[in-house]
Design a protein around this ligand. Structure first.
Ligand code: TA6
Length: 289
């Protein structure tokens, strides 16, 4: 297969790269530094999901509520979305996808019902803000005549100098499922990653979320303001799983933390006919001091 054609945007501070394949924002750099991380080994020929960036998980997450659905994270991630007209001055790109577009795709037989989806990537420069704000907004409308439940997530890979010293604030007190051990716990304090970490928190973050580069207090912070999510997934494959993933490799696990605005299982939205579910997140970078 031939290489996908990237869409690029550079406004002097932010540089974005995206692909119509999965409506996939592949990377965001601010002042030359990566914020949304792309694996150097990502497959960019359309034959697989792109490793890194912001994979769109729709209309299910992982292998679905009962763990039996394929492909992982749903078919929308590996389908070509249709570029659509942008709305307003801040949107850089918008794409649309209808359930009918997935006909014949692997997993199409598991779609919950007819839908139309729109996904937009925006950049907003607010006076006095430490960095431009990246905005992601996925809207899914039930175009059928019966209600159904679905799942979704913005599976965002955020760059860090070292995942073993990164911390995620905002989930203190949240109940979560540790998918590595299958045990349920309550989070105490910041989330720290010690090897493979795959936690599904039943909280969108009390007052948003912050990914901090390290526990020194002076490192870079990425502030996340999710909307429409009921959960937060924090994932890092750790060294063993990373080494086993062709599109990651043995060392890549150290360079990112996935902090995902999500709504899965019983926490997923039920869409009445004609109703729209919006899942979004805004990201602002606070440079190291
Ligand atoms: O978001 C965490 C997770 O569900 C993990 O369980 C892991 O499977 C990760 O997503 C990556 O999934 P992928 O299908 O992109 O390899």
């Amino acid at each position: 297969m031939s290489e996908l054609t990237p869409r690029t945007h550079d406004d002097g501070r932010s540089r974005l790269v995206a692909y119509d394949h999965g409506a996939h924002l592949a990377s965001w750099e601010v002042d030359g530094a990566p914020v949304v991380w792309l694996s150097p080994r990502a497959v960019l020929d359309g034959s697989a999901a792109i490793r890194g960036g912001v994979p769109l998980c729709l209309p299910w997450f992982a292998n679905g509520p009962d763990g039996t659905l394929r492909p992982s994270h749903g078919p929308a991630r590996t389908t070509t979305w249709r570029l659509a007209p942008t709305r307003g001055p801040d949107e850089v790109w918008a794409w649309t996808l209808a359930a009918a577009d997935l006909a014949g795709s692997p997993g199409a037989e598991h779609l919950p019902g007819p839908f139309e989806a729109r996904y937009a990537v925006s950049l907003t420069a607010s006076p006095g803000a430490p960095s431009p704000t990246l905005g992601l907004l996925l809207e899914v409308r039930n175009t059928g005549d019966r209600k159904y439940r679905l799942e979704g997530a913005l599976h965002t890979y955020l760059a860090v100098p070292d995942a073993t010293t990164a911390e995620v604030d905002g989930l203190d007190g949240a109940a979560y499922l540790d998918k590595v051990t299958g045990e349920r716990h309550v989070q105490h304090g910041p989330v720290r990653l010690d090897g493979e970490t795959d936690n599904v928190y039943d909280s969108p973050g009390r007052t948003g979320l912050v990914l901090r580069d390290g526990n020194t207090g002076s490192g870079r912070r990425v502030q996340l303001a999710p909307v429409g999510s009921t959960q937060t997934v924090v994932w890092n494959p750790g060294p063993e799983r990373s080494a086993a993933m062709e599109d990651l490799g043995p060392e890549a696990w150290r360079s990112f933390v996935c902090v995902e605005a999500a709504a899965t299982g019983d926490h997923g939205p039920t869409l009445a006919p004609g109703a729209t579910w919006a899942l979004g997140c805004r990201f602002t970078v606070h440079p190291a001091t």
